[in-house]
Design a protein around this ligand. Structure first.
Ligand code: ADP
Ligand code: ASP
Ligand code: MG
Length: 413
């Protein structure tokens, strides 16, 4: 008997009939003799609507109350799923984050899970009750509802799987696995049977929305076997139709480039003529870090006169104004012009075989040049190269790189 955590994303529980379809899959796993624990997202569109309600009242609203509002979407789905399972003759109970409990830190709106004591869930499982856990939410140590950041139900599922020492965590979504790039943008994208944790971590962090980045981090740290699969197919997870995320050692043929990702949510901030001396970078980035703003690509130019330099970095578009306000408060930047460009995209190529091949960056830059796409900044790590470009070229760049690295699916003849 295997213990499986199954998670259904927003499109997979978008209305009562889809919830019933998802419940059929849970029933099928149960009939195989498996123990099943369910994690659900809010119905598609609900969380967006809840965020919008908060913003209508106050665009910079209190994060603690934002969490109280946006966590409610998952409460509805967990109750409905428990009802659908009961209708199928199964014993089932819904659980909010606080009832499990899923204990989180105090960073409202982007909380991290600290601990999931497994006793309560284990006793339900022992009594043949299928717990249906509201994803995306937990309880902070001070007793308030917290949420894990957009897309965070994947993280709930993997964290629950780790806490329960589950054999597998099946992430049911609206595509049948992880692809070489977003299949909704590039129809020739190929489904990957296996992806290493390392590649998946980069892909998720660099824009492949199919898994929440923190869920991959947790899966890697706790060695949780994660599978991504479609809830619209008739097969269930135990028949393995999806993509499995595995340790690098299990990948025999290491691809040079296995994925192309994009994110459009970046703003580029440039500080013109900042003093070029020790401590300046620290003084600039400390308040941003303190405010929880995630600074990404950072480029500092050579100082022509040895006294001043230009510094460019990116932040999430939603934090650009907040970042500018914080920088304007710094006395030593009083005479510095702060420019913000919002139409920036980051395009990345990822592959564990990249570290041993020197021509990857050259192929990437040549491909972009051939398509007349200007590169505004570049960052690299052992298994990825990212560039910033004008957002209007996103699709062109992704398609061109996908072809240039031989990732296009061959046309069926
Ligand atoms: P869910 O609501 O089930 O959590 P998401 O919308 O969060 O689903 O994630 C699934 C979506 O991720 C797909 O519809 C697809 O457009 C997008 N996506 C982006 N990159 C990839 C990729 N490399 N492979 C698969 N899907 C991807
Ligand atoms: N409902 C939340 C969101 O839309 C969490 C999730 O779906 O994973 O972001
Ligand atoms: Mg998702």
């Amino acid at each position: 008997m295997a213990r499986i955590v199954v998670k259904f994303g927003g499109t997979s529980v978008a209305d009562p009939s889809r919830i019933e379809n998802a419940a059929d899959k849970v029933l099928a796993e149960w009939k195989r003799g498996n123990q099943v624990v369910v994690v659900v997202s809010a119905m598609a569109g609900i969380t967006n609507q809840l965020v919008d309600y908060c913003q209508q009242i106050d665009p910079g609203c209190d994060a603690c109350e934002y969490d109280a509002v946006v966590a409610s979407g998952e409460q509805i789905t967990s109750g409905l799923m428990a009802l659908a399972l009961q209708k199928r003759g199964l014993k089932s109970r819904s659980f909010m984050g606080w009832q499990v409990p899923i204990i989180c830190n105090e960073q409202h709106g982007r909380s991290r899970i600290d601990n999931i004591p497994p006793e309560k869930l284990l006793s339900e499982i022992e009594n043949d009750i299928i717990p249906v856990i509201a994803g995306f939410q937990g309880i902070s140590k001070s007793g308030r509802v917290s949420t894990l950041g957009r897309g965070g139900s994947d993280t709930t599922a993997v964290a629950v799987a780790a806490a329960l020492k589950a054999h597998r965590c099946d992430i049911y979504t609206d595509v049948d696995g992880v692809y070489t790039t977003d299949p909704r943008m590039v129809s020739s994208a190929k489904k990957l049977d296996r992806v290493s944790y390392e590649e998946m971590l980069e892909m998720a962090a660099l824009g492949a929305k199919v898994l929440h980045p923190r869920s991959v981090e947790l899966a890697m740290a706790w060695n949780v076997q994660v599978q991504v699969l479609s809830s619209f197919e008739t097969k269930i997870g135990s028949d393995l139709p999806g993509t499995i995320i595995v340790g690098e050692d299990n990948i025999v043929e290491k691809q040079i480039v296995n994925g192309v990702t994009y994110t459009r949510n970046e703003s580029k901030i440039t500080l013109l003529s900042v003093s070029d001396m020790p401590g300046v970078a620290a003084a600039i980035f400390a308040p941003l870090g303190g405010a929880g703003i995630n600074v990404d690509v950072i480029v500092q130019n050579v100082s022509p006169d040895g006294k001043t330099t230009d510094m460019t970095f990116t932040v999430p578009k939603s934090d650009a104004i907040k970042a500018k306000t914080l920088l304007e408060k710094l006395d030593f930047l009083a005479d510095t012009e702060i420019r913000i460009v919002n139409n920036i995209a980051k395009i990345s190529i990822i592959g564990i075989g990249m570290s041993s091949h020197t021509s990857v960056a050259k192929t990437m830059f040549t491909t972009l040049a051939e398509n007349k796409i200007n590169i505004q900044a570049i960052t690299t790590s052992e298994i990825k190269v990212s560039v910033l470009i004008d957002e209007k070229f996103t699709e062109l760049a992704v398609r061109a790189l996908h072809s240039a690295f031989g990732l296009d699916q061959e046309e069926a003849s």
